[in-house]
Ligand binder design. Structure first.
Ligand SMILES: NC(=O)C1=CN([C@@H]2O[C@H](COP(=O)(O)OP(=O)(O)OC[C@H]3O[C@@H](n4cnc5c(N)ncnc54)[C@H](OP(=O)(O)O)[C@@H]3O)[C@@H](O)[C@H]2O)C=CC1
Ligand SMILES: O=C1O[C@H](COP(=O)(O)O)[C@@H](O)[C@H](O)[C@H]1O
Length: 502
């Protein structure tokens, strides 16, 4: 791995403190950082290097998954950090920054490999990229990379504009667009799940798969982010990026573990095969919801519109469910369902693959076979098969086989992604093709919301979302599989039966 400088714009911000410094520190402990590196953190206020190193120490104490037990290791890490004051719009500040970066490169005898991480509000992305170029910070003999946080645009047009502007300072191969879902260990596993498992490979198509359900439900509400979220909604906050990335990852069909360019091509193929939504049928394929007041863990919680900072009468979407079709050889006629929302019953990100029931309609009463991929908060894969009920040989009951369950002390998404960016592996970053095609897919939904073509359905906080979302799936003869398909309704029935026999 090349020795390098990590320049962090937004180094005083929330994301830097909660995710980026802890990720860098954990990579450092694991010896996954280059042998010699320099971190330059930026914010607008003047602060000394030493004072800022203490700010970072505090953030590690609060947020790092592993605590700094060894003071010498912590000190050595903090010593890599320097702080500089910089205003995004002030070229003179960039000139000073360049001097500091060069000084550190000389002191540490490292080449001018520079990674610029933009952890600032999107309104600064373009300006910073230009000022990196104009100050000469980006003119290096070594490599340069731009890691950029979401959101990447707020619609197709603005995303294209932003990309064009960034393209004036950085080549596409130098741009690493963060989608933190791509850093989750189980999502990274999707790359090889089908291609490296012949059992799954044989079943991975419309011959055997009835539908695919991708859920990211959250128990939290809008929290203190109404200013951002009310202009974004679940469609921009989750669907355009994370949910469509999950869709690409589960359906891309790589022949084997691929490199970044193969993965990118396969993901683009999926997006190009998505059947575009039509305005006259869009309301049959998209459900838009907003949480009403409800109960979570026995406590009353307010409706979205009564949350602090939410404008009165807001029609913002806090829930989206969507039916999609991938019109290619492997997936035609298999509905993919996406569902994401805030203030739902459980925190769960998972993908459920429901297999076809060959005897469907012949009164078998079998549950379908399922492959369930748990992404968050638990990591695991299980399949659901059928077996005979030991109490009644005439009946079948589902059983669950766990394939894989990870420990809890796994690297966080930001650790994986920062490690990849430092190594120059862009496999798990969102390439422009995917981003553009995602916006292209989502744009009719944004337009339909504008024109009020899709009714806003309300759902009580603490529920599984609006009824319309259940109807979306039921219209095709399916249901959403909840978190615990086996322990669900059937387990309750079973309990009752056992009680009667006792
Ligand atoms: N926080 C999170 O959990 C997540 C954040 N993101 C994205 O990460 C980015 C940063 O978010 P977050 O850390 O929450 O934001 P914060 O508001 O907490 O931090 C913003 C940072 O930008 C700096 N900044 C503000 N104005 C300027 C300016 N004119 N010139 C230079 N720097 C400036 C601030 O420095 P100072 O005020 O000290 O001058 C601060 O370091 C955003 O794009 C956000 O969408 C993405 C996913 C999750
Ligand atoms: O990007 C975002 O993701 C989080 C959910 O992330 P997860 O890793 O906890 O599943 C979401 O809460 C937030 O609104 C969104 O901006």
């Amino acid at each position: 791995m090349d020795n390098m400088t990590f320049v962090l714009f937004g180094g005083t911000g929330d994301l830097a403190k909660r995710k980026i410094y802890p990720a860098l520190f954990n990579l450092y402990i694991d010896k996954k950082m280059p042998e010699t590196f320099s971190i330059i953190a930026l914010g607008r206020k003047e602060t000394s290097h030493a004072e800022f190193q203490q700010v970072v120490a505090k953030s590690l104490e609060t947020f790092s998954r592993r605590k700094a037990n060894d003071q010498a290791v912590l000190n050595a890490f903090l010593e890599t950090i320097r702080y500089a004051a910089l205003d995004a719009g002030n070229l003179e500040d960039f000139n000073k920054l360049r001097t500091l970066v060069e000084q550190r490169e000389q002191e540490l005898n490292i080449p001018d490999n520079r990674l610029f991480y933009l952890s600032v509000a999107p309104e600064f992305f373009e300006t910073i990229a230009f000022n990196i170029k104009d100050s000469g910070l980006g003119s290096t003999q070594g490599w340069k990379r731009l890691v950029i946080e979401k959101p990447f645009g707020r619609d197709l047009q603005s995303a294209r504009h932003l990309n064009e502007q960034l393209g004036k300072a950085f080549d596409e191969s130098e741009i690493y667009r963060i989608d933190h879902y791509l850093g989750k260990p189980m999502v990274q596993n999707l790359e090889i799940l089908e291609s490296s498992n012949p059992i799954l490979k044989a079943l991975w198509s419309n011959h055997h798969i009835a539908n695919v359900q991708i859920t990211a439900s959250e128990t939290v509400g809008v929290e203190e982010r109404a200013g951002y979220y009310d202009h974004s909604g679940a469609i921009r906050d989750m669907v355009q990026n994370h949910m469509l990335q999950l869709l690409m990852m589960i359906s891309m069909r790589l022949p084997r573990k691929g490199d970044a360019s193969e993965v990118r091509m396969k993901k683009r193929n999926v997006m190009e095969s998505l059947r575009p939504l039509q305005m006259d049928t869009i309301a049959q394929n998209v459900v838009r919801g907003q949480y009403a007041a409800g109960e979570m863990n026995g406590k009353r919680v307010p409706a979205y519109i009564d949350e602090p900072g939410v404008p009165a009468g807001s029609k913002n979407d806090t829930f989206i469910a969507l039916r999609l079709w991938i019109d290619n050889y492997f997936w035609s006629e298999v509905p993919f369902y996406i569902r994401t929302g805030k203030r739902m019953k459980e925190k769960s990100t998972r993908i459920v693959i429901e297999f076809k029931e060959p005897l469907k309609g012949q009164n078998t009463n079998n549950d379908p076979n399922l492959l369930v991929i748990e992404i968050n908060p638990n990591e695991g894969i299980f399949i659901q098969l059928n077996k005979k009920d030991p109490l009644n040989n005439e009946k079948l009951e589902p059983m669950r086989i766990n394939f894989y369950e990870c420990g809890t002390d796994l690297p966080e998404a930001y650790e994986n992604l920062i490690h990849d960016a430092v190594r120059g592996d862009s496999t798990f970053f969102a390439h422009w093709d995917e981003v553009e095609l995602s916006w292209q897919y989502v744009q009719p939904i944004l337009d339909a919301f504008e024109q009020d073509l899709i009714p806003l359905s309300y759902y009580p906080a603490g529920s599984n979302g609006p009824e319309a979302s259940d109807q979306l799936v039921a219209a095709d003869g399916f249901k959403w599989w909840l978190d615990k398909p086996v322990e669900g309704e059937k387990a309750e029935e079973k309990e009752k039966e056992l009680a009667i026999q006792r």
